[in-house]
Design a protein around this ligand. Structure first.
Ligand SMILES: NC(=O)c1ccc[n+]([C@@H]2O[C@H](COP(=O)([O-])OP(=O)(O)OC[C@H]3O[C@@H](n4cnc5c(N)ncnc54)[C@H](OP(=O)(O)O)[C@@H]3O)[C@@H](O)[C@H]2O)c1
Length: 340
């Protein structure tokens, strides 16, 4: 066991892409839990596009991270010491562990740690059974309301959320068309995950290829990227289409926001709906999603991929994999070993 707690702090607010100089590393003593507190050894850190928004000056759905504060991040760890009856030594927990080796819980935690049920692989708890899987499930089914036979288009299709969304669309009897940034990602999405088609938005003529792959038009668009791609999709939506605004990663590093989608006007003629959501609103319904996702995974009908980088010290560079498109599936950082 280490006697130092490595912590990565926010040193500067990024302008454009995140740079190593936006962070500062420090070592502090491993905290000792006081009355009502517990100490978590962090194992896996989840790297999510939303972190980029938390690094800006303005608050989002959570307060902005302050300069000099430990970087906020969700993840999984194991309770190593506890003076809190709700957490036992050996419990595996999920929550906002931060970019550090150890998390001290039981003070004024923004969000209480969730004790994981036994028997779930930890990487699955961070992906398919975590925020990622829940986002795909409720975003698609609650907001997208796909019906069998309809056409669902998913951007960021080889990413954590997108790769699961398209598979759920297929399981619900829809046609699933992915949009991704490399031919290799497109092959994975169609050949391994079973999407009906995938368009490389960087090299192909998107408007023409959408017409070819969605000959009956688009009923549901699950948008992870926003920007130009959203605008093109809006030209091909069907009557009463549902546009699910999950994310807009193409804009997260923008220093100036691009003009809004020109073709939003099609929402009027098509009586279509465009709606955003934040997955934490669905926390009380996570068990419902588990009831359907669990059996699909167990039966081999739903796959998930993990993109793992080793070492907390690599988190500041690894996060840019999300913005360069280097990741396939859920991006995580391994901080320490899982308990034997
Ligand atoms: N609403 C919610 O509650 C909620 C919850 C979780 C996630 N999200 C959102 O869901 C989206 C996906 O998140 P994730 O965790 O699954 O990340 P991810 O898709 O695994 O990773 C991001 C991917 O986005 C693509 N990308 C990056 N820059 C792009 C650009 N300029 N234009 C088009 N594509 C670009 C890259 O793939 P390519 O190689 O294909 O470009 C990259 O691999 C994000 O927008 C995130 O903010 C929302």
């Amino acid at each position: 066991m280490s006697f130092a707690n490595r912590q990565i702090l926010l040193a500067a607010r990024p302008v454009g892409m995140i740079k190593p100089t936006d962070f500062r590393s420090v070592e502090t003593p491993v905290p000792v839990p006081g009355d009502g507190q517990y100490l978590v050894r962090n194992i896996y850190l989840s790297l999510d596009p939303t972190i980029r928004g938390w690094m800006n000056e303005e608050d989002t759905y959570l307060p902005a991270i302050k300069i000099g504060e430990v970087m906020r991040g969700a993840g999984i760890g194991v309770v190593e010491q506890s003076s809190n009856p709700a957490y036992n030594v050996g419990d595996l927990v999920f929550g906002l562990i931060g970019w550090q080796d150890y998390f001290l819980g039981g003070g004024n935690d923004a969000m209480p740690m969730m004790v994981l049920p036994p028997g779930i692989p930890l990487t699955a708890a961070l992906s398919i059974y975590g925020v990622t899987g829940m986002t795909a499930y409720f975003g698609l089914l609650d907001l997208g309301q796909p019906k069998a036979g309809e056409t669902v288009v998913v951007s960021g299709a080889a990413g954590a959320v997108g790769s699961i969304t398209g598979q759920i669309a297929k399981l619900k009897g829809c046609r699933a068309i992915g949009l991704a940034g490399t031919d290799a990602k497109c092959r994975w999405v169609t050949e391994d995950l079973g999407f009906d088609a995938c368009i490389n938005y960087k090299t192909e003529d998107m408007a023409r290829r959408l017409k070819e792959t969605c000959p009956k038009g688009i009923d549901v668009y699950f948008d992870n990227v926003g920007g130009e791609i959203l605008d093109i999709v809006l030209t091909q939506i069907n009557l009463r289409a549902r546009i699910v605004l999950c994310g807009a990663i193409s804009m997260y590093n923008a220093t100036e926001f691009p003009p809004g989608p020109k073709h939003y006007v099609n929402l009027i003629g098509k009586r279509a709906r465009m709606e955003g959501f934040i997955i934490t609103d669905y926390l009380p319904r996570f068990a419902e999603a588990m009831g359907e996702l669990g059996p699909w995974v167990a039966q081999g009908k739903l796959k998930y991929a993990i993109d793992q980088v080793d070492g907390l010290e690599n988190a500041p560079t690894a996060i840019n994999r999300l913005f360069t498109g280097a990741n396939t599936g859920k991006l995580i950082v391994k901080i320490s070993d899982e308990p034997a």
